[in-house]
Design a protein around this ligand. Structure first.
Ligand SMILES: *Cc1c(COP(=O)(O)O)cnc(C)c1O
Length: 361
């Protein structure tokens, strides 16, 4: 068996320990004689799995009691719709456009009411986070929406926007559980799990209770109401049982690693290895504004398209895979999620140094 160093932005690398455990339990989960994927979601055994997953996530993120943790199918794009459908009262949402995912959320909200773009970094290819200290927040805005970590461009908010008293909603898909976060500063935090947590197809929404409304937009389907999940413990219908089980294993793994403070320290160390090299390299350079750099996604380029392509081919052959930048921006991108070992980044940088030595004039 050969494992590669997988720098994919998502679906992405998983902790090996979690994969091994899941493999060992595949045929017989704790003496039940069946896999978790064969198990009734109404069984006591499964109830324990989902309850523990929720509790471990609450422990890791220090989630206050007045927030619900909801396991929802459909990934990120369903949340783009659920946010306005559930939060629109005045039918106004203020969006900060820092890339493709924030823009898609903004466009989706336009289906249900007024979605304002109150700041944007599109002028420079979304390579930075705009100044959010004095935003033109709409008096009637039901919320202000951000994408906290911009997976494609490698930027992150180091400071949250001043929302002028409006509830802040954040997409945390690509920085979920990468470092501690103060949940109480947000109305809703949601993330698709396939970037930094688990298998694709599941989103986790952490929603302050007063935002779980009954009077949602007329016509909102039952399965797109946060209340449906909140009232049923995310078991209104059959949830993605296996995904939740794997996420639960990742939560336990994170606890064993020392929790989110420890992950932050490790993620900072890993990112520094790559950024320090990029800043000193004569061939490669990072594309995100230094002040806004993400710990999770590191886009970089050479100034030569052919060299970029050659680098990707040679890296792939050497076992460093999925380094191609997003199809809309090109170049390279290394995603350094929690499960990427430090050794993977060190070896990548050693490989980049060799490539540089061969190809620098
Ligand atoms: C990947 C990603 C999405 C889209 O998620 P889907 O599950 O594919 O809908 C949304 N937001 C961010 C920040 C992402 O990285």
């Amino acid at each position: 068996m050969t494992r590669v160093y997988n720098f994919s932005a998502g679906p992405a690398v998983m902790p090996e320990e979690v994969l091994r455990e899941a493999a060992a339990e595949m045929m017989d989960y704790q003496g039940t004689g069946m896999s978790v994927m064969e198990m009734s979601h109404r069984s006591a055994m499964y109830q324990k799995i989902i309850d523990e997953a929720e509790q471990d996530l609450r422990d890791l993120m220090n989630i206050p009691d007045n927030y619900k943790v909801l396991f929802i199918q459909g990934g990120g794009h369903v949340q783009f719709a659920m946010v306005p459908m559930n939060l629109f009262v005045n039918k106004v949402g203020d969006y900060i456009l820092t890339g493709q995912w924030a823009t898609k959320a903004w466009k989706e909200a336009q289906l249900y009411g007024t979605a304002n773009a109150i700041a944007s970094s599109k002028d420079k290819g979304f390579s930075y986070i705009p100044d959010c200290s004095d935003l033109p927040v709409d008096e009637n805005a039901d919320y202000v929406y951000i994408c906290l970590n911009n997976t494609i461009y490698g930027t992150v908010y180091h400071e949250l926007p001043d929302t002028k008293g409006k509830d802040l909603v954040a997409d945390i898909s690509s920085c979920f559980l990468s470092e501690p976060i103060d949940v109480s500063k947000f109305g809703i935090l949601w993330g698709g799990v396939q970037k930094n947590v688990g298998p694709a197809g599941l989103a986790i929404a952490i929603v302050r209770e007063d935002l779980i409304r009954k009077d949602v937009l007329p016509g909102t389907p039952t399965m797109l109401r946060y209340s449906t999940y909140a009232e049923s413990g995310s078991l209104y219908n059959t949830p993605p049982t296996y995904n939740i089980y794997i996420c639960g294993k990742v939560f336990k793994w994170l606890k064993k690693q020392g929790g989110l403070e420890a992950m932050k320290k490790r993620n900072e160390e890993k990112a520094a290895i790559l950024y320090d090299f990029l800043d000193s390299s004569s061939l490669f350079h990072g594309t995100a504004a230094k002040k806004d750099r993400s710990l999770m996604n590191v886009p970089f380029v050479t100034d030569d398209e052919e060299l970029n392509a050659l680098f990707l081919r040679e890296a792939q052959a050497a076992g460093f895979v999925n380094l191609k930048g997003h199809r809309t921006v090109g170049g390279m991108r290394a995603s350094l999620y929690n499960a990427m070992p430090k050794e993977g980044v060190e070896k990548l940088v050693a490989f980049m140094k060799e490539f540089e030595a061969k190809h620098s004039q």
